[in-house]
Each structure stands twice: as C-alpha cells, then as structure tokens.
Write a protein that binds this ligand. Structure first.
Ligand code: DX5
Ligand code: ZN
Length: 220
C-alpha cells in the first residue's frame, strides 16, 4: 500500500519573532506535520528550542508535532517534550545509553517513535529496531543549521532502507531532512521517502508563498 506523501515544514527557517503566527499560517498552507529541530549546542553546534516553546505553540494548530531531538542526553527530556505536546519523537541512537529503553519510554506514552541517521551513519545501525519504530529519519545534511546543500549520497541509503522495509513487510515512514527543495523532492520520494522535512523551501518568500512552496514539494 503506497504511503501518503507528507510535508513537515521545519520551523527552524521560520520567523522566530512571530512563531505562533507562522505555525498558524504554515498549517493553513497545507503542512502535514510541524517539524521542531531541537538542538542543544552540544550534540550539534547550534541551540534552538526547549519543551516550553513547544508547549506554548501547541495551541496554535492541530497538526502533528514532529520533534527531532538533536540533544544528548535524551532520556531526561522525553517526558517534558511529550507533556509539551509532541506527537512524534525522533532521536539519534548514538545519543542514548539504551535504544530499546528510550523507544519503550516514548511508546509507553502512545507517541510515535523515530530513529535518526546522520549522513555518515549506515542504515544497518537501525535495522535491529525496525519492528519497534514508526519512522526512520534520514539526515541529508549534517544537523545543526538550515539552508545547507542536500547530500546526494543519501539517496542510496533511502533506497536500501525502503527495500528492507518492503522485504520485512513493515509499515514504517521514511522521513528525510535537510536541503530538500522543489528540484530534488521528486527523486527523494522516488527513492522511497514519504515524509519530507523542509525549512528554507517551505518558508521562503513569506506567508503568501507557503501554500505554493508546500505543493511544489509534493508535485510528481
Ligand atoms: C538540521 C535541521 C535542518 C532543517 C531543514 O540541521 O533538521 O535540516 O530542518 O533545513 P532546510 O530545509 O533549510 O535545509
Ligand atoms: Zn530535523
């Protein structure tokens, strides 16, 4: 069964001075998820939002909050982000002591769980957990900043993950994050991805372009 294509705008590229309004506008423009890039200035060289920001933004939309944790340690922040309104929590396996335990905690709150692969980490790293997760997030840039160039080598990785999921007959989403735009979205979807995270490509030009920006990523 063909998975629905979803667009997850990353608010990293939005206007932080009007974050609530940006969430309303990008939701109205057709976002499927709202992607929060949570960065701690330790696991990645940038610092962004915490659970309180997520909590205050929860009331502005019904769209799923797709929380990408680029932090270490992860475990002590799981409950604060879940209580703040996260619907999906994705984490990098190398940032936790026990991947199964962290997966179990997220699922115990009935939230979706994703594992994240940086460009330099092979897909085999997450194959042991496939039966326990809802989503694989393939980073197509080294995390930390928006506006970077898509790393082409990740297309091969997406294809291998898609093949493995199909072979094991699993219903897992493949989400890709970093450097995605209307010029490369089609080949990323053809490789097997079904959720595209895009910051620059979604928020460019201001709110009157949001709807078109999102549609341009979905077009076949
Ligand atoms: C990690 C972040 C970025 C961001 C997408 O750095 O996860 O990949 O969401 O940024 P753009 O779409 O501007 O490359
Ligand atoms: Zn992200």
């Amino acid at each position: 069964m063909k998975k629905k294509i979803k667009i997850a705008p990353s608010i990293l590229a939005s206007n932080f001075s009007i974050l609530g309004k940006e969430i309303v506008d990008i939701s109205k423009a057709g976002a499927d998820y709202i992607h929060f890039d949570i960065m701690d200035g330790h696991f990645v060289p940038n610092l962004t939002f915490g659970p309180d920001t997520v909590k205050f933004l929860r009331k502005f939309t019904k769209k799923k909050f797709d929380v990408h944790l680029m932090i270490e340690p992860v475990d002590k922040f799981l409950i604060p982000f879940i209580e703040a309104g996260a619907d999906i929590i994705s984490f990098h396996p190398e940032t936790v002591k026990n991947v199964n335990k962290t997966i179990k905690t997220i699922k115990s709150f009935k939230k979706q769980v994703g594992l994240v692969l940086n460009p330099n980490i092979g897909e085999n790293k997450i194959f042991p957990y496939l039966k326990k997760i809802d989503l694989i997030l393939v980073m197509s840039v080294y995390p930390g900043f928006g506006g970077q160039k898509f790393i082409e080598s990740q297309i091969k990785k997406i294809k291998k993950i898609d093949e493995k999921i199909k072979k094991e007959k699993l219903n897992i989403d493949i989400e890709v994050d970093g450097g995605i735009n209307s010029n490369n979205a089609k080949k990323i979807l053809e490789a097997g991805a079904n959720i595209l995270v895009a910051g620059t490509a979604c928020f460019k030009g201001g709110k009157k372009f949001y709807k078109k920006n999102i549609l341009n990523l979905k077009k076949k």
